[in-house]
Structure formats: C-alpha cells, structure tokens
Design a protein around this ligand. Structure first.
Ligand code: SAH
Ligand code: DHB
Ligand code: MG
Length: 222
C-alpha cells in the first residue's frame, strides 16, 4: 500500500520536473523488450545522479554496473564537451542493449563500456591511467561493494564523490544476523567506511517506484 503511494508520488515528481525524453524513455523500453531486470534507477533518482554530477562539474565519471544504460545516460548527459564516462558491465546481453541505447542517444563517443567482471576490468582501467574520476557510481553486485570502494579510492582524487546504490534494502541493512548476501555486502562496506579516514560519508533512505532503499554518498577528502 505504501509502495503504491510512493510510486504515485514518483510519477507526480516526474510529471512536474522530468519531461518525457525520447532517449531515456527508449532506453527503458529497449531494456524491457530485451527482458532485462527492471532494476534501473528511477527517473527521479537518475536525475539526482545527473544533478550531483553537474553541480560538481564532473568531467570524468566511472560507473560500475551498466544494465541497459539508463543511469549511464543520465550521468553522461551531465558531462561537458570532452567529458568521458567509463561504465563496467559483466553481462554481454546487458552490454549489447546498453550499447544500442548509447548509439540511439548519440552518446557512444562519450561512453566507454567495458565488458567483463568489474574486478577484472578495474585493474585495466587503472593500468590505462583512465582516472582520476570525479564521480564514481557503484551499482553492480552488492557482494563486492567493498572491493569496488577500494578501487574507487584508487581511481579518484580529493573532491571526488563516490555514490553507492541499494544500501538500505527495505531496512534489512540494520540486521547484523542477515544472511542475505546483498545485505552482508552493504554491511561489510559500512564497516569499512567507519574505518576510512580518506572519505566522509552519509546515507539517505529513499522511497518511490523502486520501493524502499537508499544511496550512500561519500566525499573523498584531501
Ligand atoms: N546502473 C544501472 C543498473 C545496474 S543493475 C541503472 O541504474 O540503470 C546491476 C548491473 O550490474 C547488472 O547489469 C549486472 O549484470 C551487473 N553486474 C553484476 N555483477 C557484475 C560484475 N561483477 N561486474 C560488472 N557488472 C556486474
Ligand atoms: C536490485 C535493485 C538495484 O537497484 C540493483 O542495482 C540491483 C538489484 C533489486 O531490487 O533487486
Ligand atoms: Mg541499483
């Protein structure tokens, strides 16, 4: 019941502030047609990522977990000319749908999609000297968040932000006895955050069309 209201309010927010957009809408439709899971960020969340990237003046963005590229497109559109976004995806089917969506949105020259498990492609990104990134969006398998965070620290600089999706999981995050690998992944990451002096972080709970979840936002310090 609460979910229905959250979804209705998300729709209302979108009606007021997020005009229909042929590229973003087509990206979701193509993802749906291809049978991809319906787990992209919601439109208000996508626009939040876009605004955060823009307000920080991000020129380089790293995304871990592309799916059909919906969040990628929101983020890529925040970049100035000559900006660059690297996005990492392990599933070839997802990558294929995302690449078509990027072409459709004329963003394929801005977005560099690397196919492969992120823990394999991240060392390559580092070796190629593609960092430092101004913003990192971590949204792949939750079990590995802690490793993606380690790589994010290596690939950012003071003033960069690291954003992590799905950190509340219906409130399950507060259960220390949880056996859900996603929850355990988030909690391991949080324990790591507690002991990390190089960032200052908060987490914000969200409700909406995607249910009850949240984002962590970490600022990399000097
Ligand atoms: N950021 C997207 C949603 C990503 S869903 C959006 O909001 O639009 C999570 C994605 O991470 C899935 O496409 C999944 O295939 C991918 N993924 C899962 N494990 C991964 C791994 N080890 N390396 C890279 N990508 C992975
Ligand atoms: C789910 C949601 C996400 O945003 C994600 O990145 C992965 C999984 C989910 O609801 O299962
Ligand atoms: Mg997510």
């Amino acid at each position: 019941m609460a979910d229905d209201l959250w979804t209705a309010v998300d729709r209302y927010i979108a009606d007021v502030m997020i005009p229909a957009d042929p590229v973003l809408d087509a990206a979701l439709e193509a993802s749906e047609r291809a049978g991809l899971p319906r787990i992209a960020v919601s439109p208000p969340q996508g626009k939040l990522l876009h605004i955060l990237a823009r307000s920080q003046g991000a020129r380089t963005i790293l995304e871990i977990g592309t799916l059909g590229g919906y969040s990628t497109i929101w983020l890529a559109r925040a970049l100035p000319p000559n900006g660059r976004l690297v996005t990492l995806e392990a599933d070839p089917r997802h990558a294929e749908v995302a690449r078509a969506n990027f072409r459709q949105g004329h963003l394929d020259h801005v977005i560099d999609l690397r196919l492969g498990k992120a823990l394999d492609t991240l060392p390559q990104i580092a070796a190629e000297g593609l960092g430092p990134f101004d913003l990192v969006f971590i949204d792949a398998d939750k079990e590995s968040i802690i490793h993606y965070f380690e790589w994010s620290l290596r690939l950012t600089k003071p003033g960069s932000t690291i954003i992590v999706d799905n950190v509340v999981r219906n409130g399950a995050v507060i259960d220390p006895a949880s056996t859900d690998p996603m929850v355990r992944g988030v909690r391991a990451f949080n324990e790591r955050l507690t002991r990390e002096p190089r960032v200052t972080a908060t987490a914000i709970q969200t409700v909406g069309g995607k249910g009850y979840d949240g984002f962590t936002i970490a600022l990399v310090l000097g």
